[in-house]
Write a protein that binds this ligand. Structure first.
Ligand code: DGL
Length: 273
């Protein structure tokens, strides 16, 4: 069986890339809901409905563990899926989000002022401050900066403009923060340019660097899941809608590493089901 990744678009490929590099022995399936991107301005109910579809698809395609790589979907769905979907339909499968592992990293570094860059929906969900509180980090000042303008720019490959806008929002709204959390999978694409700009004045937390270690320790602690994972080279990408420029973008998001014969691009998800 495989590890599945769910994202609203191509952004989660950066997480898949770093995970598949570190844990290269396993097989992976990626579901990007490009037909419905962006999730950041959808309602909670819409996001839940779309995420259920993707998660069911991944389980049907032999995934024993699904990672909701999208922060917006993680914020709105993880707990609900664990309570409502899994026990009735997939009692022997597991599902994880990306927000809790990111918060756990903050616990470790104990900053006083943190900027969170995320989609409108992630910010409105209050998931990050609630998780911080529940882990006893209520003293951390979290400055939430809603940056929905970055996703379309990054999804179009315009990372320079996305970096410029992110910098100006951070400087205007969270200039004195010590840490910036990139709370959206797409933003990992600009983590290096932000680091280059802020240098030692701010620590930039990008989830493609957080998730592989967390997943590794999860698999270590859950042999009942790890023992069901097959070893192999399969990395499949399914997109709910294909566009000609995605071929280039997928290469960019994956760093060229996995765009090979093993990778299959679902041009029309329905025709594959
Ligand atoms: N990838 C999503 C996230 O991590 C954001 C993109 C969207 O708005 O769909 O939040």
């Amino acid at each position: 069986m495989k590890i599945g990744f769910f994202d609203s678009g191509l952004g989660g490929l950066t997480i898949l890339k770093s995970v598949a590099r570190e844990l290269s022995e396993y097989e992976y399936v990626y579901y990007g809901d490009t037909a419905n991107l962006p999730y950041g301005d959808k309602t909670e109910e819409e996001i839940y409905r779309l995420t259920v579809e993707g998660v069911r698809y991944l389980y049907r395609n032999d995934c024993v563990l699904v990672i909701i790589a999208c922060n917006t979907a993680s914020a709105e769905t993880v707990r609900r899926l664990q309570v409502e979907l899994l026990p009735t339909e997939y009692p022997d499968r597991k599902l994880l989000g990306v927000i809790v592992p990111t918060i756990e990293l903050l616990e470790f570094s104990q900053p006083t002022k943190v900027a969170l860059l995320a989609t409108k929906r992630t910010i409105e969900s209050k998931k990050y401050p609630r998780e911080l509180d529940s882990k006893g980090n209520g003293n951390v000042i979290l400055i939430e900066v809603s940056t929905p303008e970055l996703v379309p720019l990054i999804e179009a490959g315009n990372n320079d403009e996305a970096t410029r806008r992110a910098i100006s929002r951070i400087e205007a709204e969270a200039g004195d923060s010590e840490v910036v959390v990139l709370g959206c999978t797409h933003y990992t694409q600009i983590s290096y340019s932000l680091r280059e700009y802020f240098r030692e004045t701010k620590v930039i937390i990008a989830q493609d660097e957080v998730i592989p270690k967390k997943l590794e320790s999860y698999l270590f602690n859950h042999p009942e899941i790890t023992s069901r994972l097959t070893r192999g080279e399969e990395r499949k990408i399914y997109l709910t809608k294909h566009r000609p420029d995605y071929d280039r973008l997928i290469g960019q998001f994956l760093g060229g590493v996995y765009l090979d014969k093993e990778t299959e691009i679902g041009r029309d998800l329905n025709s594959l089901m």
